[in-house]
Design a protein around this ligand. Structure first.
Ligand code: AMP
Length: 448
């Protein structure tokens, strides 16, 4: 283990420039680190916390590693999945830089949906869903017809936006087969293969865990809301806002169900080790709580965005020490404050369809702080002291309190001090919205 002294700050590099990475930067700065960053946009929140940063594409592994070597970086935390897929973790480790984030091989748990499904099948991990991978859509016909309602996904990465579901974006089996053809023909997600999956009905939740190759230390459960518009309408997005409950569960999620999800993730970590793909970093499990319990929708090889903003501010343990324990294979427990959180994303108008990029955002940081809310900068650019939107999400505003209801009010109070051509889903975390989810889940549990 590394020893920490106040006068011996660890030179730490953060890769990524979104709100998730701003949350990671804040958590790292609570410990003894000198922070550096590689990011493609100038995130003003991260820039302020850094000794130095480099504007570079996060997937440009050579440049990231070169910067890390020049700055004598000792520890690196990788935010997004794309650099992991390019092997940034492997290259940093080759250069003696310990990395919180799996190797390219281990990151396949996210970057290849077929790898994840095969792993679950081979190791008899519970919570799997029935699915098959095809490289020819004609071969998928029998399976689609047998399954009825299906979900069609590209095998490769699409940032959560390539998934289509019968009954939502797809009308029927014919539609599903046509979309499968399109994925293969146009190599959507970069790979000419498609996953056809059984459609699971339920409420979604996220469970994130710290992993040291052997053990998983779980964090509070979170629910992200991916649909662009209120009442869960409109296209799927990267996530519009999220909430967590003071006891680490969710209003519709019981303790025994949470424990089942933790057990599934622990079994995935053991399976990865058996496969020679030891997993060190953050494992993100996206679950659907069905009538039959938690089912795995997908695994990600990093923190969720927005979910990192819900959990990291609650972490009472020293995050720098947790990171060191992850890379040294010596994780012990981590403790989290018993508080609820609500995070709302401010996005450019038109987000999810056609974003209004490059517009000025006015943000009164002091007033937001006075309201007791916490601000996270996402994909914005700072130029000449002004903040500009991009096509992606712009700012996250977080409320932390003793209940979801109170945390929601704090987040809304913070949002009053942000203006520009923006859009926010105000319903996320509100009482009615949560009650609707609990009722829906009750209906699913009681269905015969
Ligand atoms: P993914 O990119 O796999 O996270 O999928 C995006 C969204 O599609 C998820 O957040 C779910 O809402 C939905 N989805 C994916 N797979 C399934 C499934 N097997 N059953 C029901 N919904 C799904």
């Amino acid at each position: 283990m590394h020893k920490f002294r106040k006068d011996d700050e660890m030179k730490t590099l953060l890769v990524g420039g979104g709100a998730r990475e701003h949350a990671i930067a804040k958590a790292l700065k609570k410990g003894d680190v000198t922070l550096f960053a590689c990011m493609h946009n100038k995130n003003p929140g991260i820039a302020k916390l850094c000794e130095d940063f480099r504007m570079v594409k996060e997937t440009d592994v050579e440049k990231v590693v070169d910067y890390a070597r020049r700055k004598n970086i000792e520890l690196c935390v990788v935010g997004p999945e794309a650099p992991l897929e390019k092997g940034v973790g492997d290259e940093l480790e080759k250069n003696g830089i310990k990395t919180v984030g799996p190797t390219k091989n281990a990151a396949e748990i996210e970057t290849s949906k077929s790898f994840m499904r095969n792993l679950m099948k081979k190791h008899n991990i519970p919570g799997d869903v029935e699915c098959k991978v095809f490289d020819n859509a004609d071969d998928a016909k029998d399976f689609v017809e047998k399954m009825g309602d299906v979900v069609v996904k590209p095998v490769g990465l699409t940032g959560g936006k390539g998934v289509k579901i019968v009954g939502e974006q797809l009308k029927d089996s014919d539609d599903a087969l046509n979309y499968a053809k399109e994925i293969i023909k146009n190599k959507i997600g970069g790979i000419p293969k498609v996953v056809v999956e059984e459609k699971i009905v339920g409420e979604e939740f996220t469970l994130q865990g710290f992993c040291d190759g052997k053990k998983i230390v779980p964090m509070p459960a979170v629910q992200d809301n991916k649909r662009a518009f209120e009442n869960d309408e409109g296209p799927n997005t990267g996530g519009m806002g999220s909430y967590s409950q003071e006891d680490g569960l969710l209003p519709f999620l019981k303790k025994n169900e949470y424990d089942v999800a933790v057990d599934i993730m622990q079994k995935i970590i053991w399976a990865m080790k058996k496969e020679g793909r030891e997993y060190k970093g953050i494992l993100y499990g996206q679950f659907m709580l069905s009538k039959a319990g938690p089912r795995v929708i997908e695994c990600n090889a990093r923190f969720g965005d927005p979910e990192a903003m819900n959990v990291l501010p609650l972490l009472e343990s020293d995050f720098v020490e947790v990171c060191n324990r992850i890379v040294d294979g010596k994780l012990s427990n981590a403790s989290f404050m018993k508080k609820a959180t609500v995070c709302k994303y401010v996005v450019p108008k038109g987000y999810g369809v056609k974003s209004m990029a490059d517009r000025v955002l006015t943000v009164d940081e002091k007033k937001i702080e006075k309201e007791g809310a916490e601000l996270f900068y996402a994909s914005v650019n700072e130029r000449d002291g002004k903040i500009y939107t991009t096509t992606s999400r712009a700012l996250g505003v977080l409320g932390v309190a003793d209940s979801i209801e109170k945390a929601e009010v704090i987040a809304e109070n913070g949002l009053k001090h942000i203006s520009g051509e923006i859009y926010v889903r105000h319903d996320i975390g509100k009482k009615d919205y949560i009650e609707k989810k609990v009722k829906r889940m009750e209906g699913i549990r009681n269905a015969v």
